[in-house]
Design a protein. Structure first.
Length: 181
């Protein structure tokens, strides 16, 4: 089976720096290798969406996997659970670690997860880092390049890149802070 190109969104608003690094390490340990490194965007700070709460830290990773969409979603949920995320938590509530499958190749489906994830177009905390990581990739439904969707984004969400010290992992490709989408 040929590996799928996958984009995952990570977010946390509880012990944010700690949980983002733990999430990246868990994904790295599960999916990254010398022949298939994991790429990560800058980390962004954004206001909570859908509820009043502490600001979130968000990032997007790109990786390759031979897992099916169902297996990948289950692996992400297991990592979340291992870091204190309760599956019974309300959709709009504080998070220790949230990992969402954003894109899986160019798949379009509604189950086992919605692909591509709707937040790509509607939430800056997903779109900006995704456009930074894969600017030339086309949205599987919309058809536009991610960078073009970002350049035309008109949302009002407060979002800014922050300084973040990534753990030094052997197969993790991290960004430079000077990159602008």
């Amino acid at each position: 089976m040929r590996p799928a190109q996958v984009f995952l969104g990570l977010g946390s608003n509880r012990r944010r720096y700690h949980h983002i690094n733990l999430g990246l390490r868990a994904l790295h340990d599960r999916f990254a290798s010398a022949t298939a490194p994991m790429h990560v965007t800058r980390v962004f700070e954004s206001e909570a969406v859908g509820f009043a709460g502490h600001d979130f830290l968000n990032t997007v990773v790109a990786l390759q996997t031979t897992l099916s969409i169902t297996e990948l979603a289950q692996a992400c949920k297991a990592i979340e659970k291992g870091h204190g995320h309760l599956s019974s938590a309300a959709k709009y509530s504080p998070r220790t670690l949230d990992i969402d499958v954003l894109m899986y190749n160019d798949e379009v489906c509604s189950a086992p997860v919605q692909l591509p994830r709707a937040e790509i177009i509607h939430n800056a905390f997903v779109l900006w880092p995704l456009a930074e990581l894969a600017p030339e990739k086309r949205h599987p439904v919309d058809g536009r390049k991610l960078i073009d969707i970002w350049r035309n984004y008109r949302g009002e969400q407060r979002l800014q890149p922050i300084e973040f010290e990534f753990e030094n992992l052997p197969y993790l490709v991290t960004p430079t802070m000077n990159k602008e989408a």
